[in-house]
Design a protein. Structure first.
Length: 140
């Protein structure tokens, strides 16, 4: 279980580092901001899509381990299932976080910034600690 937890923790930390790198690169103007600010149609499409994806993925990621088939898999195959479903759960939060951060700086639309903040606030609820990994692979 230790190896699985380390893989999940590495994924968790790399995502935070990548998002912070995006912020630093855009805020120091190494990469220009607002490159797509004039394209209102695409901005509307991305805004609508990312709002729906963000809210849906937050719900799904926080409830994923409560689904019967996922829970049964976690109990039966422990480490393999924990790696599979733990990675899935992390990516459900991390992928929209990356996209919302990039879209915020490309469009300079605060909606994307707020969605990224909401996703960042959800990350501690799926923090892959060793105790959590063990607890989620035991029968309760």
């Amino acid at each position: 279980m230790r190896q699985t937890q380390r893989i999940l923790m590495g994924n968790f930390i790399i995502t935070i580092v990548v998002v912070i790198a995006f912020v630093i690169l855009f805020e120091t103007e190494i990469i220009a901001t607002g490159l797509m600010a004039g394209d209102d149609e695409m901005e509307f499409i991305f805004t609508t899509m990312m709002e729906l994806v963000t809210l849906g993925f937050i719900f799904l990621s926080l409830r994923l381990f409560k689904f019967k088939f996922v829970h049964a898999d976690l109990i039966a195959r422990k480490e393999v299932a924990m790696l599979k479903w733990g990675f899935t759960r992390l990516m459900l939060l991390q992928a929209p976080l990356w996209f919302n951060t990039l879209l915020y700086y490309l469009y300079m639309n605060t909606t994307f910034g707020y969605l990224a903040i909401i996703l960042a606030l959800c990350l501690p609820f799926v923090y892959p600690s060793m105790n959590r990994c063990i607890a989620e692979t035991t029968e309760e």
